[in-house]
Design a protein around this ligand. Structure first.
Ligand code: CO8
Length: 260
């Protein structure tokens, strides 16, 4: 039984709700990623499940993205293991055979945004305090090509240029304008709207939808599959640099000082 995610499968509707519960901010630590991967794999094999909703059990935050502590002051072996699990979670969600909806009930920077973008549809809480986006450059790090392609595939090339270079974080209404999310609803309706949306989609025959999804996404998935090792070596080399470690250290300090 897992502790960092909570899985609720309603076998009468075929909808599974996967809730992130890795307090305080659902950062994507190695443990979290491992449990999420196992949970999603089980649901993918479960015939009574037709679709998965990803959401957060923490108030105000969907996911803070990759756990920065997994990328700071650790060994190259650790970085390689961590990166492999980041690749695995993206490959799993982006290529997921079943329907997926991100019920974004809080802020969703960086890796949190990537998990959302990897779903088939995004419903976000209409709360002007929340932010979503790929802010990697603001940390002095570079989102790898598959983060970039996931963004381009969603919002288009020009918007991705601005979004990624400047590490822009969007309010829900701006995210809706550029197509980073598909729908805004009042905070308390996020999960019920996700369930209703998925129920509507169930009119589409699974096999036709699944093959169509694969046609659209397989080229991007295949590019990572063909270069996993290189991608991992690039990450380990990059993250191990003194200058990058220094940037991450400063960013962590800034996060802590931000609190009053
Ligand atoms: N990893 C680790 N710890 C984190 C993270 C994180 N991503 N985010 C927050 N924390 C910690 C904070 O340091 C703080 O710790 P402590 O209690 O010890 O001081 C605690 O979580 C709570 O954080 P806040 O007080 O900031 O909580 P708020 O509710 O005020 O804000 C936010 C929540 C909005 C999520 C805010 O914490 C935030 O902006 N976090 C940073 C998010 C971020 O920039 N993530 C980027 C991660 S990098 C990534 O995902 C992709 C990397 C791509 C790889 C590139 C290859 C080179």
């Amino acid at each position: 039984s897992s502790s960092k995610i909570k899985v609720d499968l309603d076998s009468s509707t075929g909808i599974a709700v996967v809730k992130f519960q890795n307090p305080p901010v659902n950062s994507m630590s190695l443990d979290f990623l491992t449990e999420l991967l196992i949970g999603l794999e089980k649901l993918e094999l479960d015939k009574s499940c037709r679709g998965v909703i990803l959401t957060s059990a923490q108030p105000k935050i969907f996911s803070a993205g990759l756990d920065i502590l997994e990328m700071y002051g650790k060994s190259p072996e650790h970085y390689a293991e961590f990166w492999k699990s980041v690749q695995n979670i993206w490959l799993k969600i982006y290529g997921y055979r079943k329907m997926t909806i991100a019920a974004i009930n809080g802020s969703s920077p960086a890796g949190g945004c990537l998990m959302s973008l990897s779903c088939d549809y995004r419903i976000m809480a209409d709360n002007p305090r929340y932010r979503i986006g790929l802010n990697e450059t603001q940390l002095g790090i570079v989102a790898p090509f598959w983060f970039k392609e996931t963004m381009v595939n969603t919002v288009g090339h020009r918007t991705a240029e601005l979004s990624l270079q400047f590490g822009l974080m969007y309010s829900p209404s701006d995210a809706l304008k550029i197509g980073l999310v598909d729908q805004l609803v009042p905070e308390e309706d996020v999960l019920s709207t996700a369930t209703e949306t998925m129920t509507k989609w169930m009119a589409i025959p699974d096999h036709a939808r699944e093959i169509t999804k694969s046609l659209l996404r397989k080229p991007t998935v295949d590019r990572l599959l063909a270069s996993r090792d290189t991608d991992s070596k690039n990450f380990v080399n990059f993250i191990s640099r003194d200058s990058i470690q220094k940037s991450l250290g400063l960013y962590l300090t800034m996060l802590k000082q931000r609190k009053e």
